[in-house]
Design a protein around this ligand. Structure first.
Ligand SMILES: NC(=O)C1=CN([C@@H]2O[C@H](COP(=O)(O)OP(=O)(O)OC[C@H]3O[C@@H](n4cnc5c(N)ncnc54)[C@H](OP(=O)(O)O)[C@@H]3O)[C@@H](O)[C@H]2O)C=CC1
Ligand SMILES: O=C(O)C(=O)CO
Length: 313
């Protein structure tokens, strides 16, 4: 009797440890980190497993064509690029790597907050062009940060902000009163947070068709000169509303690691991207050597556990 070989397709760049471990287990691994959606749709039917990061969108049509699919592995946290409902309907397991990149994402968040407050991007650009001019910013000590989404990343951002002398407000859909108290933060409603924060930092998880948490009414509640930091997902904010409030001068700066389209393509996105008070990094929150190694290790382990559970190894 012929022995069935499990086939895994990896469609985004990933640390080699995942590929090596799967191959050692006798799994056929095809590594196509730049595959197009069209190509993916053509070949997904041959695979039992797909491993992605955030570039590949595992949408309903991909899952429908993946007749053999048993596991979708997301080497990261956000599952917004995966149609998890469709996967569940078809009994396809979804595994991911919660917590593996927390420290890197926290460090980038703090960096973006300081960069926004001190207009570092403008100052650095001037310095590079030989203009040594003083650029005035804002001091963060004594100011209030409001953290929306008080999970792994949000909580650690709160601890560091507190150590910098900031007051910390936190809002989450879960009851976080006890957790907040432990780190000298205050759990409040979203409304109270928006009204009282000098810096608002977003750390929520979102699903594939999530509605913005920060929309026109929420911008209206904010203090003037608010700094907004977003290392979670762009869709947590209504981008067109943001552009309006940036232009009106109500928002001092928007510092983000995530965009609605990556790369941006809509006209309003390009206008935001070019705005001098919008600071953008290229979705690098988890992109450190250390975090990527941990992400690959955790994804590999969770993938192997799922395969065992399904009797695939
Ligand atoms: N820029 C980057 O490269 C990276 C980005 N991320 C992103 O950061 C985000 C946070 O990650 P992490 O801290 O690990 O996630 P966690 O799940 O630990 O924390 C997210 C928290 O937000 C809560 N939440 C969800 N929706 C809302 C809402 N509408 N209002 C208030 N709270 C809400 C969640 O509650 P519940 O559990 O009930 O949903 C949870 O408590 C994710 O979106 C992730 O994708 C993470 C790593 C790197
Ligand atoms: O893990 C995540 O959610 C990220 O955004 C990094 O890929």
């Amino acid at each position: 009797m012929a022995i069935y070989t499990v086939k895994a397709l990896i469609t985004d760049p990933i640390d080699e440890i995942l590929i090596k471990t799967l191959r050692e287990k006798g799994i056929q691994v095809d590594y196509m980190p730049e595959i197009s959606k069209e190509e993916l749709l053509n070949i997904i039917g041959n695979y039992d497993i797909i491993v992605v990061r955030s570039r590949t969108k595992v949408t309903k049509d991909v899952i429908e064509k993946g007749k053999k699919l048993k596991i979708i592995a997301r080497a990261g946290i956000g599952l917004d690029n995966i149609d998890t409902e469709e996967a569940e309907k078809r009994n396809i397991k979804v595994v991911y790597a919660p917590g593996a990149s927390t420290d890197s994402a926290v460090e980038l968040t703090i960096g973006l907050m300081i960069a926004a407050a001190r207009k570092m991007y403008t100052s650095m650009a001037l310095a590079k062009s030989g203009i040594f001019k003083k650029i005035e910013g804002l001091e963060l000590a004594g100011k209030t940060i409001g953290i929306v989404g008080f999970g792994r990343i949000g909580t650690k951002v709160g601890i560091i902000a507190n150590a910098m002398g900031m007051k910390v407000l936190a809002y989450d859909i879960l009851d976080i009163r006890e957790k907040a108290e432990k780190i000298n933060a205050k759990a409040v409603s979203l409304e109270e947070l928006l009204k009282n924060s000098d810096v608002i930092s977003l750390h929520v998880t979102v699903s594939k068709d999530a509605k913005p948490i920060i929309d026109y009414p929420q911008f209206e509640l904010m203090k003037d000169n608010v700094i907004i930091v977003n290392t979670s997902r762009a869709v947590a904010v209504n981008g067109k509303a943001l552009l309006d409030y940036i232009k009106k001068g109500k928002v001092y700066a928007y510092a983000t690691d995530v965009f609605w389209n990556e790369p941006p393509k809509e006209e309003w996105e390009l206008e935001l991207l070019k705005h001098e008070r919008v600071i953008v990094t290229t979705h690098i929150g988890a992109q450190t050597k250390e975090a990527q190694k941990r992400v690959a290790e955790m994804t590999t382990q969770n993938l192997l556990n799922a395969m065992k559970e399904l009797g695939m190894i």
